[in-house]
Design a binder for this molecule. Structure first.
Ligand code: ZN
Length: 220
């Protein structure tokens, strides 16, 4: 048996028998971990009020291999405002992270997850896109916005840009049935997804189409 001390954000709490629960935690160094919290749902449990989705803090674990037992949790950050305004979106985002077998996380992505509440409050309409884009980037599977899917030229040099599924094409490689995208929409998309600029006048329909077929193509 080993003792671990780490910091992480609680993604989900799944109740199991005997008033215990399985806690999903995203940590910087161990990635996504599952820990049993024995007796956490008993009324006298001190952990019950602090071990809640979205809370970030110091985690004390005991375990071997990939099976952990939660010993203690010290909350360092509790996202309050986000629960009043967007509880479902926030919980959805936390739970969605469980689908991925994250191991070690980049500083950038861990910082993003820690600050998701602030980002959601600031840009609620664009949050799902910002969120998915960060996951894609962390996993190295982001849609290619910069180059033509067929000939690889920089699309910024193409006069016209076309969309098919989640893929973009230059004017020379376009085929019948591909959807034309205005240069302005393309530049906004590029700035938003690749250069991480604040969303301005983004064509959400195009974004939705790209993300929808991209999620399909990576088999989620
Ligand atoms: Zn091309």
């Amino acid at each position: 048996m080993f003792y671990f001390k780490t910091t992480g954000i609680i993604l989900n709490k799944k109740n199991v028998k005997e008033k215990s629960a399985v806690i999903y935690i995203l940590t910087k160094n161990l990635g996504l971990i599952k820990a049993i919290a024995e007796g956490i749902n008993r009324s006298e449990s001190k952990l019950l009020s602090v071990v809640q989705p979205g809370n970030y803090g110091k985690i004390y674990l005991i375990g071997e291999g990939s099976i952990y037992k939660l010993l203690s949790f010290l909350a360092l950050k509790i996202p309050n405002k986000v629960y009043k305004k967007y509880p479902y979106t926030y919980l959805w985002a936390l739970k969605f992270l469980i689908f991925f077998n994250f191991f070690e996380l980049s500083d950038r992505f861990f910082f993003f997850v820690l600050n998701m509440d602030k980002i959601l409050i600031k840009s609620p309409a664009y949050f799902p896109f910002i969120f998915l884009n960060e996951i894609f980037k962390e996993l190295g599977i982001e849609p290619n916005i910069e180059n033509c899917y067929s000939c690889n030229i920089k699309l910024i040099r193409s006069k016209e840009i076309y969309l098919y599924g989640s893929k973009l094409f230059c004017e020379k490689c376009k085929k019948i049935g591909y959807e034309k995208i205005s240069k302005e929409d393309y530049l906004n998309l590029l700035n938003f997804l690749v250069k991480n600029q604040k969303p301005k006048k983004i064509n959400k329909n195009i974004l939705k189409k790209i993300f929808k077929s991209h999620l399909k193509s990576i088999n989620l």
